[in-house]
Design a protein around this ligand. Structure first.
Ligand code: PA5
Length: 445
């Protein structure tokens, strides 16, 4: 269902150089399967789709129904891997303008806990005043400051507005089985909770309750999402020959481009609904590969919007970039350009064409222009924006990331660099336990 075309990289790297990765990719696949790669404690995502049971999905759907029945708005609190996957899928599948999905009788989904913006949180709490809202509190560690701070505000407001008993029903926790403040609170307050498996890292957790519960609350079919991922788990499996395996080919091609000086990968979409898929991808690849002084820098653009901002740079700037385009073959709706007797705007040459045909020609024209400008181009074709296809796309990127990290020689499953800012922030905020760091950092100010 997802297919990859790498032909427009061949003017920059050779077909043979990609084929030369076959043995190394096989080694990567085996290391992932046998748990012998770096970070092997975090390989729970690898066969996650095919291990999801009907009972688990039913439990998630029943909990989603409780939230749908009792809430006009559900705020999903989380950051990084505990945020982006749910948002990516919900935005990809949602109507861009129907805020309250009345037809599906689903609550509006809002997000918090992914920033520390006082205005953002103030405006959110104002918006929620008088509304029947619930909260899904997502944090694997259960201690992430951004999320914990938002949840503290939301919990209090929910209890104040709806009473302790209802709040207990409409607050759900998704966290570690045993550790962390989110677990302590969930157990003490008697919230319904779901566990994030120990061996699934945040950015690989979209197919755990972290992504599945908010997606189900938003009214989308998580059975189909998982089915799409299962299909891609097979299509990207260790037994699939290298040339036919999209995850293997993508991982090999991006590493070969990187070796040839293409240090920046720009993920491109031509459909604004995919904006957060790009954001999710940036986190997946940035946090997985950017370490030990190595790693392709993951950037993203929404075309054709950003052709009018970043297009110039991409066409003629430093030649250290390549593009990966997510191309959606079929739009969900049909809209034809009308004819106009006066033709004042000169657009009658488009009359009768679907808007998507114009978009597709923009896509094709851009690909050729950028290749001519020295930018290698890969294309990932997705048949349509459906649950199955999105599930498949997410798994494809996860599997390719696991292989790609191995090819790069890094541990793709940790993120030690993320701790540095937290240590400084805690020291500056005088968090108990950070006294020495507090003193040291103040001396530097
Ligand atoms: O991928 C990761 O591990 C991170 O991006 C985390 O998801 C993020 O830092 C949030 O962590 P937590 O779920 O512990 O609150």
């Amino acid at each position: 269902m997802i297919s990859l075309n790498i032909e427009k990289t061949f003017g920059f790297i050779s077909k043979e150089s990609i084929s030369a990765y076959e043995a190394k990719v096989k080694e990567a696949q085996e290391a992932l399967e046998n748990g012998t790669c770096k970070g092997s404690d975090f390989l729970g995502w690898l066969h996650l789709p095919s291990s999801i049971t009907k009972e688990h999905l039913d439990d998630l759907k029943a909990t989603a129904q409780v939230l749908r029945d009792n809430c006009e708005v559900v705020v999903v609190a989380g950051i990084g891997g505990s945020y982006l996957g749910a948002r990516a899928v919900i935005e990809a599948l949602s109507n861009s303008f129907v805020w309250l999905q009345e037809k599906k009788n689903a609550p509006t989904i809002l997000f918090a806990g992914h920033n520390i913006g006082e205005d953002y949180l103030y405006e959110l709490t104002e918006y929620l005043k008088g509304k029947k809202f619930g909260v899904i509190n997502i944090s694997k560690s259960g201690t992430t400051t951004e999320t914990a701070l938002a949840f503290r505000l939301l919990k209090k407001q929910c209890e104040d507005q709806r009473g302790k008993e209802t709040a207990q029903k409409v607050i759900v926790a998704i966290t570690d089985a045993k550790k962390g403040a989110a677990r302590v609170t969930a157990d003490k307050e008697g919230y319904k909770s779901f566990i994030i498996p120990d061996n699934v890292g945040g950015r690989f957790s979209v197919l755990t309750p972290v992504g599945l519960l908010p997606i189900a609350v938003a009214g989308f079919d998580i059975d189909k999402l998982v089915a799409g991922a299962v299909e891609m788990e097979k299509a990207c499996g260790a037994d699939v020959p290298f040339e036919q395996n999209p995850a293997a080919l993508y991982a090999a091609t991006r590493n070969e481009l990187y070796k040839n000086g293409k240090k920046i990968e720009i993920l491109v979409n031509f459909n604004p609904k995919l904006h957060y898929v790009n954001e999710w991808w940036k986190q997946l690849y940035g946090e997985s590969e950017g370490k030990e002084g190595k790693g392709i820098f993951p950037a993203a653009v929404d075309f054709s919007t950003d052709l009018h901002s970043m297009g110039q740079w991409i066409q003629e700037g430093e030649r250290t970039i390549y593009e990966t385009v997510i191309s959606v073959e079929q739009p969900t709706h049909k809209l034809v350009v009308p004819s106009d007797d006066e033709n004042l705007d000169g657009l009658n040459f488009l009359a009768g064409k679907r808007v998507d045909e114009v978009n597709k020609m923009a896509e094709l024209g851009t690909q050729l222009a950028h290749v001519d400008g020295g930018v290698p181009n890969m294309r990932i074709s997705v048949p349509a924006l459906t649950e199955e296809c999105i599930g498949g796309l997410l798994y494809f990127f996860e599997k390719a990331c696991g292989i790609s990290g191995y090819l790069l020689g890094v541990n793709a499953f940790n993120q030690p660099g993320v701790e540095a800012y937290k240590k400084n922030m805690f020291a500056l905020l005088n968090k108990p336990g950070y006294e020495a760091e507090s003193k040291a950092i103040r001396a530097r100010l």
